[in-house]
Design a protein. Structure first.
Length: 764
């Protein structure tokens, strides 16, 4: 009993001590957390302000550069318009320029002697102010006339024409000898409704702006009295720190502010603009840290005092909230403003992560550098607004091809970067080819239908580089190689080839040797008339026999031949071989037409028509015995050029068939104009006939379309009697496939034709 009593007596003490210990521990934990969260809040505020100042610097420099470059282009245009003799003739052009740059309130033109020739803020036929009588203004104007820069950013001053505070951005148009002809001045107002600063997502009670190295404010928001801000040099802590540390790029400051309406201690961060002698800064009241800390921790502190058991949970929730908030701010600075894609900094981090993952898992990944061909022509022809809208549509187009884990980023301008994690050479080739394919259709931008093509450079990890910089550099180099090869193409970086790329090089060498040694032979797959079952023609198929007797199918070497250019030699060999075989069959009384496949590279050969004419003359053949099969994709690469080439072939009397119909992106308007005699229904659709609703619908549609366009149809890959009978019932004219016959040598094909008076082996 004594032991039991002692145990019962000890329990309240243990419980009390446990409660006290818990309270003490909880209090210490609250205090520790308070100190920790305060320090963390200070660090995050400083980090966020630095990010915001960096973002403001980048956005401001981009604004200056964009407007400056716009003035350069405007200057070239005005110089051709005799603006010095008749200034008023360019007023409409200046007003159109203001519409493109809504931040500009007025544009003025000054002659080389300082006389104002035109100001869009002054109505026509109204007197213009003569600023030559204003010595300070005239001195600055003379200095800007002699400035070597493409454009000069002037200090803020009160604009006499627009009657408000503004700063001027000036560009001098010079003659062929470098002498100044005239000066263009764009006035950017500094009030809230006109400033380019107020859209920055800054905290409440923030002051943001641009500070010149001479101590004057270039721009500031918000502002109560413009005269007190822009009319005198700054004396704040930011300027003192900049003057004490010449050449500093970025920094954090704190001190007393003397600005009207914003007096008191403030903290902030600044970042130097990359190409202008000024700093972008963001500042908040010093108690911003305290207010943030209290705002974020108030629920935790109050609830913890009453219910300590909830302390851990509430702290965890607050931590998540802060991390999410910080992540949002960081994400804003790491996204491209136009497309919403990750920018260079974000994608470089992603590549670094891929390198770590690939190194640990010993797998590959790929970097694709994609540049839009001749995008500058779009901007020059349609304007930057259309160009920007086109970039957004291009972004959607690229994303439609990528896989779920792939990353697309915009590096700037018309340059995109694609990261393909866990992607080997074969997968990279598939995605790259899909990218080239998807760009074959026109993009609708406003009222325009535009077509652009990409040049793609490819770098593989680790074959082409083991760090971010090397991979990006090599992908960029490969992209320029693709442009050199004619654009609308892709290129692997070739100096450090991996095993698969070396195999491709080896395959190219073997192909060259095979062409030299005449190591190819032809097979012929019969084409029958569905209604009668009679053989009416054949498709010629090339095979490659290696020295060891291995037979290589076309899908294993045609792509390599296309890429290397050997397809032109191989295609010419096939053409002459088929013509010779037709001649031999004809001598033995077998008269059929033979279809020859023309690859996309062959179809783009400017000598294609001449080579075909030469082969027909060499073997004394009528053009009607030869049929050319051109893939839908090849025909749509350049529809207008394709129709011209096919028109020449038709004029010779050669039959044309559109192969793989329905697998590409044909325009029905172009299809109607293409002078093709036949449409070949791809095997992928025939396979699903009678089993797949979509394939049934596609086959029905193709047959109906062919009938409407008065073109014959050939079904490929017919392997079952059900398919044969269904196609015949639907009105399909011709067919080929294993049900009828596999591809056979010339002698076997001749026996098939001669057997049963030229009737195929299956029942009609």
């Amino acid at each position: 009993m004594g032991l039991s009593t002692d145990n019962h007596a000890a329990f309240p003490k243990v419980l009390r001590n446990a409660v006290l210990a818990f309270m003490l521990g909880g209090s210490l934990a609250i205090g520790a957390y308070g100190v920790y969260s305060w320090q963390r809040e200070q660090h995050e505020v400083r980090e966020n302000l630095t990010i915001l100042s960096s973002f403001l610097a980048s956005a401001s420099q981009s604004f200056f550069d964009s407007l400056g470059n716009g003035l350069v282009s405007l200057g070239h245009s005005l110089d051709k318009s005799r603006v010095l003799e008749t200034p008023e003739v360019v007023r409409a052009e200046l007003e159109a320029f203001q519409l493109r740059y809504p931040e500009v309130k007025a544009i003025a033109i000054f002659a080389a002697d300082g006389k104002m020739l035109l100001n869009t803020a002054v109505a026509p036929n109204q007197p213009l102010p003569d600023l030559r009588i204003d010595p300070p203004y005239n001195r600055q104007l003379v200095a800007d006339f002699n400035a070597p820069q493409r454009y000069v950013i002037g200090a803020p001053e009160y604009g006499k024409a627009i009657q408000r505070w503004r700063f001027a951005l000036r560009h001098v148009v010079r003659g062929t000898g470098g002498e100044p002809r005239f000066l263009i001045q764009a006035a950017i107002p500094l009030e809230r409704e006109g400033t380019f600063l107020h859209q920055l997502p800054a905290p409440a009670n923030s002051i943001i702006g641009l500070l010149r190295e001479d101590g004057y404010q270039q721009a500031r928001w918000p502002i109560s009295e413009s005269q007190e801000v822009y009319g005198q040099p700054s004396k704040g802590p930011a300027l003192r720190m900049i003057q004490e540390h010449p050449g500093i790029r970025t920094g954090f400051f704190s001190g007393m502010s003397l600005w009207p309406g914003n007096k008191g201690e403030r903290i902030g961060a600044f970042t130097r603009l990359s190409n202008a002698k000024m700093y972008a800064y963001v500042s908040v009241p010093a108690d911003h840290v305290w207010r943030r800390w209290w705002l974020h921790n108030q629920p935790v502190m109050i609830v913890s005092l009453v219910f300590l058991v909830l302390f851990g949970f509430m702290a965890y929730r607050i931590t998540l909230r802060e991390r999410y908030h910080r992540g949002e701010l960081i994400d804003q600075s790491r996204r491209d403003a136009l497309t919403g894609l990750p920018n260079r900094a974000a994608v470089e981090e992603a590549i670094q992560h891929c390198i770590k993952m690939a190194h640990s898992t010993r797998c590959q990944f790929t970097v694709l550098f994609l540049d839009i061909d001749r995008f500058k022509d779009v901007n020059d022809s349609y304007g930057h607004i259309i160009g920007d809208q086109l970039l957004v549509e291009i972004t959607k187009l690229i994303q439609s091809v990528l896989r779920g884990g792939d990353m697309l980023a915009r590096l700037g301008g018309d340059e995109f970067l694609i990261v393909l994690p866990t992607s080997d050479t074969e997968m990279t080739l598939q995605i790259t080819q899909r990218l080239l394919q998807v760009f074959q259709k026109n993009l609708t931008v406003g009222e325009y239908s535009l077509r652009v093509t990409p040049s793609i450079g490819i770098a593989l990890y680790p074959e082409h580089g083991e760090d971010v910089g090397t991979l990006l550099q090599h992908a960029d180099t490969a992209m320029y190689e693709a442009k050199r090869e004619g654009r609308n193409a892709f290129s692997f970086y070739a100096e450090q080839m991996g095993a698969r790329v070396r195999q491709r090089v080896q395959l190219d060498g073997e192909l060259r040797e095979a062409i030299r040694l005449d190591a190819f032979h032809m097979l012929y797959q019969p084409v029958v008339e569905l209604e009668s079952g009679r053989i009416v023609g054949a498709e010629a198929l090339v095979r490659w026999t290696k020295p060891d007797g291995e037979v290589v199918l076309p899908d294993q070497f045609i792509a390599a031949a296309e890429e290397s250019g050997l397809i032109l030699q191989l295609g010419e060999w096939v053409l002459r071989n088929v013509c010779g075989q037709i001649k031999r069959w004809s001598a033995e009384g077998v008269h059929v037409s033979i279809a020859v496949n023309i690859s996309p590279r062959q179809f783009q050969d400017p000598d294609l028509v001449a080579k075909i004419e030469m082969a027909l003359r060499e073997f004394d053949l009528a053009p009607g015995v030869l049929e050319l099969e051109i893939t839908e994709t090849a025909a749509m690469l350049d529809p207008e050029s394709s129709m011209r080439i096919m028109g020449k072939l038709k004029a010779l009397g050669i039959s044309i068939a559109i192969d793989d119909f329905g697998t590409g992106y044909s325009s029905l308007a172009y299809l109607k104009r293409i002078p093709a005699d036949k449409i070949k229904i791809d095997k992928t659709f025939v396979d699903g006939l009678n089993t797949d609703v979509d394939d049934n619908a596609i086959v029905h549609t193709i047959l109906a379309l062919a009938k409407l366009l008065e073109k014959n149809t050939v079904a490929e890959g017919v392997e079952t009697e059900d398919q044969f009978n269904t196609l015949r019932g639907l009105g399909c004219k011709l067919a080929q496939g294993y049900l009828i016959s596999r591809p056979v040598p010339p002698e076997a094909f001749m026996r098939l034709v001669q057997q049963n008076g030229g009737t195929a082996l299956i029942s009609a």
